[in-house]
Design a protein around this ligand. Structure first.
Ligand code: 5GP
Length: 178
């Protein structure tokens, strides 16, 4: 199974996904490629950090399940390798989700929503992005949420981390037993 977790910046996707992975050895987290600059607060292994040329060469070689440009940087999911028989989690944007839905229509597609635009803006401003970047992310968030809903995602408001993690885990369990 492929599990797609989407949601605008600052919604807490990374934390939710990390919790799911820690709790369930049958899940495998895909590591994306990105051409973005690494934030000082960010882990070295948050992405496979590449130049635009390296990214484009990988696109040309058919190396991505999906990829998208988000606020001037490229992000892509390499074809899952090493997942063995585990279920694969993709933490990607809505443009990428649309591509995965085309290729894998029965994927589990979850959209995390912030409790409020204010909470989201606060999280984004607090996480070390240049202020201009944070403002751009806030500006695109509503459109991302609308697109995710239009694509038929299962929406979960992330107002309580424990509850959100439990809800996504329950959706995964339900799909596994179907
Ligand atoms: P960030 O710069 O905040 O790390 O990521 C920006 C957006 O790109 C987020 O919505 C994040 O989930 C998304 N993203 C991360 N990796 C990928 C990927 O491989 N493909 C796509 N389409 N989006 C990604």
């Amino acid at each position: 199974m492929i599990i797609v977790v989407c949601g605008p910046g600052g919604v807490g996707k990374g934390t939710v996904v990390a919790r799911l992975i820690d709790a369930d050895p049958s899940l495998w987290l895909s590591r994306s490629w990105s051409t973005r600059e690494r934030r000082p607060s960010e882990r070295e292994d948050a992405y496979i950090w590449v130049t635009r040329e390296e990214f484009e060469a990988h696109v040309a070689a058919g190396g991505f399940l999906e990829y998208a440009e988000f606020l001037g940087n490229f992000y892509g999911t390499p074809w899952p390798e090493g997942a063995d028989d585990r279920d694969v989690i993709l933490e990607i944007d809505v443009q990428g989700a649309a591509q995965v839905l085309e290729r894998v229509p029965d994927c589990l597609f979850v959209l995390l929503e912030p409790p409020s635009a204010e909470v989201q803006a606060e999280r984004l401003r607090g996480r070390g992005d240049p202020p201009e970047q944070a403002e751009r992310r806030i500006a695109v968030a509503q459109a991302e949420l609308a697109e995710g809903r239009r694509l038929g995602a299962i929406c979960i408001v992330n107002d309580d981390l424990e509850r959100t993690v439990a809800e996504v885990a329950a959706l995964i369990a339900e799909r596994r037993s179907a």
